[in-house]
Design a binder for this molecule. Sequence first.
Ligand SMILES: [Zn+2]
Length: 212
Amino acid sequence: MANFRTHLTVAAAGALSATALVMQAGVISHMQALLLFLLALHAGLLPDIDSDHSIPARILFTILSVATAVAVIFLCYTALSLLPLLALSLLAALFVRLLLLPLFAATTEHRGLFHSLPMALLFGMATLFSGHHLLGWAAAFAWLAAAFVAGGYLLHLLLDELYSVNFLGASIKASFGSALTLFSSQSWRSYLFLYGAVIYGLWMAPLPQQFM
Ligand SMILES: [Zn+2]
């Protein structure tokens, strides 16, 4: 499998070319272009959050624990005085870092569900819905952002697959086929659920109309 640095380089190159291509069409602003680039770049690193000690997993859970601490402060600052407030936010952050992270690590298998086609599509869907409904993006831009996320994610899976082919000896390593999984009969329930969620998402999705 490809390492973090390779993934970062390929994700950045892919995100940059795709963003440049869309900018050529002249339908997005500079801020939107920057946002698309960052989305694709992050999506290109995202699948490896399932490998327990990977850099993406550590970064994600650090961000999550900081975000939790900030959320606690915002929610409770009227009800608590300073010291209990700080103590509570620290506790919440530690809860995420020390309890949720090991739990997530224990329940996800590296190159399991997170390295699969339906998961890439699902992250795209999640971007579409949160962008359109929570952040108020125009439907067309939300679709574009979803395509950038799914595309960056798929690029990561493709790269993992490429790395499982030994080009010099033209042989194929045992890991071949484990990165871009379409379906697995062992965890068919999970796959059925993922595909179902994607299809439901497509059905409910807003139609792309105008960009601005
Ligand atoms: Zn990977």
